[in-house]
Design a protein around this ligand. Structure first.
Ligand code: BES
Ligand code: ZN
Length: 633
């Protein structure tokens, strides 16, 4: 609620500062639609329902961003200046904004009044009048402390404890909260940026990056390859760089840097493996920044600079498939980009398939199979979840009027992967790899709809290699659940673990005889997933005494163990769980734990822990948890 009020506040404020405007009198949807604009004439169904931009009328092609980062006021302010391309008769250009203050707009250097039209809970539309011969518009703005893309960390929330930290998260539709932008994944821009911040800090972006601090506190960035706006990203803090190879390296706070360098040692190998599969890496450098623990995702594929959670730095390199995943996005997502969030599976399904291929290449089939089986189990749980509608288990989604976050389920990731694996099995690896490589090359730096992909699939795979078999792609893409020709995923190692677990619960074997001394994270995860929700407290204690799960420092293991502890009411783990929930912010870890507490009659405990942990979570995480627990600001 607070957010909505804030939005209205800004609209009212801006309109009243801007004398040419009519201020909205009511909160009525169309109340301030007074001027007839080109967009009113375009009564078309928009392809991307999550953006107000009308790129077919006037499109931004290059951004020149000139900003200051102010940690005291928790705001970014400055000028976003765009080169624009107009179509005949264009009379305005529309940008997406959300909860930001627009101070001034100019067109080809001349100040022009703008209009902000009330949108929906995801943003407002900034209309700037232009003519079709105009070449540039610039927008002077300031972000709100509520801007959802931005997280501001106080010094005590960082490892070093001495300096603040700030980072952005653009995907899916949050870039509009920190830059006024045509925020649709179907639009691409290049960018330059000049960023000023306190001299003790370093700032990095999804662009050419500095490798060390300078003494001016001003940094320049450049990206000459066009990207969708959700990939514009920035992180600022007391961070340092360490190279891993000529074209890969790590940024992190000082105390994390050494550990990260060890953990991510194989990054160059991953880039080589990926290039061997689907063609040259297009972005020159591949660096990773390890962020503070409140980062709400595992990883984010910002071009040239992947953002990663510190929870993958566990000391044994067992969670680096996440890096392979973000690297794979350098092709699927960053080169060929989903046109709308309804086509999200084109980004994530292809990326998961590619991730597993990279891991297979470097660590072998058995390892890749373990990853696949873990993913497959997640998928089966998602499909069986009564809270997910049948339509949301289609690959192609319909997210109109909804938060694109709703589409961020295992369906896009794992069902998407299985669809491609089915194609690989049907046509053979050689033919399918050739198809994929051409797909990435032919459509590089373009956007892709599901329907366009189907045309390509028909032409370049199905009709090209007529094998006389129906692959049933329509059911995969437009139908629910898993079709009959879904590949079977098996991992021998996991089958052994399941057997061992059952034998132990039946008293037929000892925990010390399971052969666990050679297990790595994924074997442990599989073992822990075998724990039934009604296992006795006594047996939970036996497991804990033998393997010390409660005191684990591996977040993946902690997460599933604490979840099982909640369901089995193994209270001895609750203090550590509370500590865990206050120290990590990755939504994938938070959701199952709060959900488990809620559904096992421990809502009070959940709320008590959440009240303490909430201030350190990112808005992406609090949005989900607020709804789950029925609480809010
Ligand atoms: N691009 C996603 C993260 C994302 C998706 C952010 C949608 C916002 C909206 C990223 O590539 C991703 O999938 N991350 C996963 C890790 C991966 C190994 C499955 C995550 O964060 O858990
Ligand atoms: Zn991804």
């Amino acid at each position: 609620m607070k957010k909505i009020i804030y939005t209205f506040f800004f609209i009212a404020l801006i309109s009243s500062c801007n004398s040419d405007q009519k201020s909205p009198k009511t909160n009525d949807k169309d109340s301030n639609k007074t001027t007839k604009t080109m967009s009113d004439d375009h009564n078309h169904d928009r392809l991307d329902t999550h953006s107000f931009a009308e790129p077919e009328v006037a499109k931004a092609t290059h951004l020149d961003l000139n900003i200051d980062i102010n940690f005291e006021t928790k705001s970014i302010s400055g000028i976003a200046s765009y080169d624009i391309k107009t179509s005949n008769g264009a009379n305005e250009i529309i940008f997406d904004i959300h909860e930001m203050e627009i101070q001034k707009t100019t067109v080809d250097g001349k100040e022009i009044s703008f209009e902000i039209k009330k949108g929906n809970e995801f943003g407002e539309a900034l209309h700037i009048p232009i003519s079709d011969h105009n070449k540039n518009v610039s927008i002077t703005y300031k972000t709100s402390p509520e801007a959802e893309a931005l997280q501001w960390l106080r010094p005590e929330q960082t490892l070093g404890k001495n300096h603040p930290f700030c980072y952005t998260q653009g995907q899916a539709i949050l870039t509009r909260t920190w830059i006024p932008v045509q925020d649709s994944p179907g639009i691409r821009i290049t960018y330059d940026a000049t960023v000023r911040l306190p001299k003790e800090l370093l700032v990095v972006m999804s662009a050419t990056n500095p490798m060390e601090k300078n003494n001016t506190g001003e940094y320049k960035f450049h990206l000459d390859k066009a990207i969708p706006p959700y990939l514009i990203a920035l992180a600022a803090g007391d961070i340092y760089f360490s190279p891993l190879s000529d074209r890969t390296g790590v940024y992190a706070e000082k105390d994390m840097l050494k550990k990260a360098v060890y953990e991510l040692e194989d990054m160059e190998k991953m880039v080589v493996a990926a290039e061997g599969l689907y063609g040259k890496y297009a972005w020159e450098r591949f660096d990773v920044i390890v962020l503070p623990p409140s980062f709400p995702f595992g990883g984010m594929e910002n071009p040239r600079l992947t953002f990663a959670t510190p929870s993958i730095i566990v000391g044994d390199k067992s969670l680096t498939s996440l890096i392979a995943h973000e690297l794979a996005h350098s092709w699927s997502g960053n080169l060929v980009t989903n046109s709308t969030w309804d086509d999200f599976w084109l980004n994530e399904g292809f990326t998961v398939y590619f991730e597993y291929r990279i891991m297979e290449e470097i660590y072998g089939k058995d390892y890749a199979n373990m990853l696949k089986l873990i993913g497959f189990q997640d998928l089966k749980n998602t499909i069986a979840d009564p809270e997910i509608s049948k339509e949301d288990t289609h690959l192609k989604l319909n997210l109109k009027g909804r938060n694109p976050d709703d589409g961020m389920t295992d369906i896009a990731y794992e069902k998407g992967h299985l669809f491609l694996e089915m194609l690989e099995n049907t046509y053979g690896r050689e033919k399918f790899d050739a198809f994929l490589k051409n797909y990435f090359t032919d459509h590089a730096f373009q956007n892709m709809t599901t329907e366009k992909f189907i045309d390509i699939l028909e032409k370049d795979l199905i009709q090209k290699h007529n094998i006389g078999k129906d692959i049933n792609y329509k059911e995969w893409i437009y139908g629910p659940g898993l079709p009959d020709n879904c590949p079977v995923i098996e991992a021998d190692q996991f089958a052994k673990i399941s057997k061992g677990f059952t034998a132990w619960t039946e008293g037929k074997t000892k925990l010390s005889d399971l052969g666990s001394d050679k297990w790595t994270t994924h074997e442990w995860l599989h073992f822990l997933r075998e724990i039934p929700n009604d296992l006795s407290e006594r047996k939970m204690k036996q497991l804990d005494d033998a393997f010390h799960f409660t005191n684990s420092t591996n977040a993946e293991i902690q997460d599933i163990w604490y979840e099982k502890a909640v369901y089995t009411n193994y209270t001895l783990a609750f203090d550590k769980m509370a500590e865990f929930l206050q120290s990590v912010g990755r939504r994938k870890f938070l959701t199952p734990l709060y959900k488990a507490m809620k559904s096992s009659g421990k809502l009070d405990l959940a709320k008590e822990i959440y009240a303490k942990a909430r201030p350190s979570y990112h808005s992406v995480a609090t949005n989900t948890m607020d709804e789950l627990l029925g609480v809010g600001e």
